[in-house]
Design a binder for this molecule. Structure first.
Ligand code: PLP
Length: 364
């Protein structure tokens, strides 16, 4: 049935058993369904290393950006000011969200292949004492850079700021201990490392902070507080929820456990990524990022030469069973390969063989 595998970081390749969960129709207010929602909320807390006395999980209809917008809209009041750290398109999208909402914000941006600088952020926090919140993307899917979450955690603790982390493309694929890192709101979605299908996103929220957010949101649909209040009663969503997607996600969580939890998934992703980079290097593709900044999620490669035609390459690879991802850099010609989802070493080896044969063919 599946004529090609997705090497894109969400939607990604899912198992047949996850997809099969969507063959049943479920009722949003029925107990059977509410139990699924509650199980998901509890399981996500567990994956975050959090307990329900300190943290809660709020599920939100829509794609990942909807949850980012819900957090920005509901947890940052008109009296607050947020520091947005950016080194890629997803960070820049958060800036856009802040502008739409009309939040007071400051953007600290560095180039896409650089880490944000601790001393520079420290001096911003010293100067701009009215900053109340800090937002950063963990794995910037634009390039695949893994941003230093420990550094930002340390600063937000030191300066007592609320910390919001967009861990969309890393949560579930890498260990992130939310309480230890002092994260107040962690955002991720169904169709990334948990390996569900697209349709909702989730926020792991520190209760002590969330309970102060009543009335902040200027939007009913995006009101994270209101969504939490309703869901907290017995697992019923406000408004229609993506029932099929939720059921599939519940299955995906079971399969994460069966695989051996986050450590096992991390090591699969890491070895996929290592093989991919080693082999493509031999074939003549240079990675955009240096090894130490590279996440085990997605890799950006530079075009090997000026004659390289991505469309042609993409079609060649797609015909042979794999879908790649175009680049998202404005100043350099790149493409991306994601290695998350139901993807194993054998897939990566096969992909590299295809790419190798493509390079042989075009060279002639
Ligand atoms: C996928 C992703 C998002 C959300 O994108 P949507 O298209 O709205 O699901 C946000 N941030 C990062 C880092 C992502 O990888």
């Amino acid at each position: 049935m599946n004529h090609y595998k997705l090497l894109t970081p969400g939607p990604l390749t899912t198992t047949s058993s996850v997809k099969e969960e969507m063959l049943l129709d479920r009722c949003t207010w029925d107990n059977d369904y509410k139990i699924i929602t509650q199980k998901i909320r509890a399981k996500l807390l567990e994956l975050a290393g959090a307990n329900h006395e300190e943290y809660t999980t709020v599920l939100m209809q829509g794609s990942g950006t909807f949850a980012v917008e819900a957090v920005m809209n509901s947890t940052i009041s008109k009296k607050d000011k947020v520091l947005i750290i950016t080194n890629g398109a997803y960070g820049e999208r958060i800036v856009k969200v802040a502008k739409y909402i009309g939040l007071a914000f400051m953007e600290y941006s560095v180039s896409y292949n650089k880490y944000p600088n601790e001393e520079e952020i420290r001096s911003i926090l010293k100067e701009e004492q009215n900053i109340t919140h800090i937002v950063m993307v963990h794995c910037e899917t634009t390039t695949g850079i893994l941003n230093p979450i420990e550094m930002i955690s340390k600063l937000s603790k030191e300066f007592e700021k609320s910390l919001i982390i967009d861990a969309m493309s890393s949560f579930g694929g890498m260990e992130i201990n939310v309480p230890e890192l002092g994260i107040d709101y962690l955002i991720s979605s169904a169709n990334k490392c948990i390996q569900g299908v697209p349709g909702f996103a989730f926020v792991i929220a520190r209760l002590e902070k969330l309970i102060t957010c009543e009335g902040n949101s200027s939007s009913l649909s995006f009101d994270l507080y209101d969504q939490w209040k309703e869901m907290e009663q017995d697992g019923k969503w406000r408004f229609t929820s993506p029932t099929h997607v939720v059921a599939a996600f519940s299955k995906a969580l079971d399969e994460l456990d069966e695989e051996g939890g986050i450590p096992a998934r991390f090591s699969r992703y890491q070895s996929n990524n290592r093989i991919l980079r080693e082999r493509l290097k031999k074939i003549g593709f240079q990675a955009y990022l240096s090894d130490e900044k590279q996440s085990p999620i997605i890799t950006t490669f530079l075009f090997p030469d000026d004659c390289f035609n991505f469309e042609h390459f993409y079609t060649f690879v797609k015909k042979r069973g794999y879908v790649l991802y175009p680049g998202k850099l404005t100043n350099e010609n790149t493409f991306r390969i994601g290695n998350i989802g139901e993807i194993y070493e054998a897939d990566i080896e096969e992909l590299c063989n295809i790419i190798e044969s493509y390079m042989g063919v075009v060279k002639k």
